[in-house]
Design a protein around this ligand. Structure first.
Ligand code: URA
Length: 236
C-alpha cells in the first residue's frame, strides 16, 4: 500500500504536491469513488483515476543514454527526426529527464518514473551537470571568472558555476572548456558563452550528478542499478 499522492506522482502525471491539490479538488477517484482524503492509501489492484483517466503504475525502468548529435530530447517529433526513446529497447512509456539540445551530445536519463523525474528537474534541486564545451577563440581567464560568478540571462542571474579552460587548440583557434552548472535553463551553457561573445561549436554532457558515460559509445545506453536509482532519490 502507498499514499495516493505518491502513487499518482510516480505514474508521471504530476508532482506529489500537485496530486494533493487534485485530490482536494475532487479530481481523483479510487475504484470509482471520489476521494478527498489526503492520507488515503492504495495498492496495485486499486483503479485510480485522475480527471477520468486511469493511472497505470507500470514497473519502473531507468536508463542512461549517450545521446548522439541530431537527436531530439522527446518521445516523438512531428518533423520525423530521431528522438532519444528510439535508442532504448523497451515497451514502457519512458521519457527523457530534462533536455539536451538537438546538437548536444552526452548523458541523458530516461525513465517512466515521474516522481524521480520531478525531483531531478525541480528548479530548487541543485543537480550538478558537467559539460565539455568547444568554443571559438581563446577563452579568457577573466571571462571564466565572470561566468562562474553568474551573469544575468532573461532578467535572472545564473547560479554559481564552474567555467575552466582545459585546453586551447591554436590550429583550429578553439578552446575546450569544462563547465559545471546546477541549473537546467534552456540553452543555458550556450547562452552564457554567447553573452560574452563566444560561439559554442560543440557541447557534450559528461556528468549528471554522480553518473558519467563510462565506456558507453554514442548511441549506446545502459540500465541504472538499484543503488544508483536510490542515490538519485536521495538528492530529494
Ligand atoms: N546548455 C545548453 O546550452 N544546451 C544543452 O543542451 C545543455 C545545456
Amino acid at each position: 500500500m502507498e499514499r495516493l499522492n505518491k502513487y499518482i506522482s510516480k505514474s508521471g502525471v504530476c508532482s506529489r504536491r500537485k496530486a494533493d491539490e487534485l485530490i482536494m479538488s475532487g479530481k481523483v477517484s479510487v475504484n470509482g469513488e471520489v476521494i478527498r482524503e489526503l492520507g488515503t492509501k492504495v495498492s496495485g489492484s486499486d483503479v485510480v483515476e485522475v480527471s477520468g483517466n486511469v493511472i497505470k503504475n507500470e514497473i519502473k525502468e531507468y536508463y542512461l543514454l549517450y545521446k548522439p548529435r541530431e537527436v531530439i530530447s522527446a518521445v516523438s517529433d512531428d518533423k520525423g527526426r530521431r528522438v532519444v526513446t528510439d535508442f532504448i529497447d523497451t515497451n514502457s512509456r519512458i521519457f527523457p529527464v530534462g533536455r539536451l539540445d538537438y546538437d548536444t551530445t552526452g548523458i541523458i536519463l530516461l525513465t517512466n518514473d515521474g516522481e524521480l523525474s520531478n525531483i531531478l528537474t525541480h528548479p530548487s534541486k541543485d543537480v550538478e551537470k558537467e559539460y565539455l564545451a568547444k568554443v571559438r577563440g581563446f577563452f579568457k581567464k577573466e571571462d571564466a571568472l565572470v561566468l562562474s560568478r553568474g551573469v544575468v540571462i532573461d532578467g535572472v542571474k545564473t547560479k554559481r558555476a564552474v567555467f575552466k579552460l582545459e585546453r586551447y587548440d591554436k590550429k583550429s583557434d578553439a578552446s575546450y572548456v569544462k563547465v559545471v552548472i546546477s541549473e537546467g535553463r534552456n540553452h543555458q551553457v550556450k547562452n552564457m558563452f554567447s553573452l560574452l561573445g563566444y560561439e559554442t561549436l560543440k557541447l557534450k554532457r559528461e556528468r549528471y550528478a554522480f553518473l558519467t558515460l563510462g565506456n558507453l559509445k554514442s548511441g549506446e545506453y545502459r540500465k541504472l542499478s538499484l543503488k544508483e536509482v536510490k542515490q538519485l532519490y536521495s538528492l530529494r
